[in-house]
Every structure is written in structure tokens, then in C-alpha cells.
Design a protein around this ligand. Sequence first.
Ligand SMILES: [Zn+2]
Length: 243
Amino acid sequence: MKFKIHMIDVKNQLQNYIWLLEHTVSGEVVVIDPTEASLVEHYCTEHQLKISQIWLTHWHKDHTGGVPTLLLNRNIAVYGPREELSKVPFISHPLQDKAHITFHDLQVDIIAVPGHTLGHIVYFIDALDVLFCGDTLFAMGCGRVFEGTYEQMYHSLNRLAALPARTQVYCTHEYTLANAQFALHVEADNLALQQRYEDVKAQRMLGQSTLPSTIALELETNPFLRVESVAEFQRLRQLKDNF
Ligand SMILES: [Zn+2]
């Protein structure tokens, strides 16, 4: 395997993960949504990795805060949403829906998923069955609708749900246990969900990450992918906001 994914657990209050995609032949990495710089720098020094690209999903500080420091004295291409350039001026390669970028010989497809923020994008790598989805899709949950409409977010989630079932889903936060509790609240009879809740509880007891998920698993256990209309989605999302 020429590529390897690393996880940095930021251990902050928001429970961010910073994902790194390594090209193992060269030791070059992509850093996805660097919350802060020092953890990334320490990790890369320790593992002899060289940062060549940064991919940003949206402008929120816990996804972009580390970028300015990482750019000091380094030549790094910064990819991110064109729609959010005014908020993230250090993006060197602005991206829109259906754009393609490359990292070594990997092709990466950009999908625009407005809703959580207006410009939110995700990075899908067909050859690896990998999705870096920021704050749009979470294990058994989804991001809050801050800037877009419920209709936009519903459509965005449907686009992700339509990706191949085997796709591994790398979300940015460890919200899984709380999401599972809400999911069970609205789908108490879902056997796959009951089982997953037990699995996730055990993982968290051991201090393990519950990610990545898969599209297949989300289709079975994520109530936000199982609603059938915008109205139903909105009702569910608002219920979760106040849960
Ligand atoms: Zn966010």
C-alpha cells in the first residue's frame, strides 16, 4: 500500500481529530483540517513526515487554526473552499464542486456540501475508498446547520450517502457516543444501532477512537441518512440541537 492514514487526537474540548494522508514512498503527507500546528509538527518530526499539502473542509477555527504557523518557512499548497476565501485568505488553491486535485498519483474528487457552512467541501478518494468529510457527516450524526438551509444540508448528506457503501468515512470529531445516544432515542428498535452503541461504548471505555466509519454502517445506523424528506430532516436536526 502506497498510502497510509494517520490520526492525531487533539484532545481538546471539541474532540477534534487531525487526519494525515501519507504517501509512504516519499514520506510526504497531506494534513487535513489542522486545528493547531504544534501537535502536527511534533507528529511529523517524530514520524519523519514532510507536509506537502493542507486540505481544508471549511473555515471554522478548529479546522484551520494551525495553518498560518504550519506555513512559516514551508512551501505547502493549501486547498480549501473558494466560497470561504474571504474567511480563509491563506488558501492557495480554491476549490469548487466537482473539482479534482492530485496527491502523487491519487485523484481526489471535491464535493460541495453546503449546510454546516455555506462553502463546506469534502475530499473523496475513490482509489482508496476514503472520504474526509469535515463537519458534514458524523458517525450516527451530522453537523449543525449553521449557515445553509436544511434543504441544502439534506441534499449534501444525500450526496455523501450515495458514495460506494465500502467508503471509509473520516469525520473530524469524536462525537460518536453522544450521537449514538440520540440515534437510539429516535430509533429505539434499530438492532444494528443497538449493537453499534454497545461496540462504541466498549471502544470509548478503552480510550479508542470510533473512527473511521463507513457509508454502509451509516446507512444502517445514522438517523440523518434514514429520513426521507427535508421536513423530516429538519425536525430531526432541531430535535438533536435541543437533546
Ligand atoms: Zn465546523
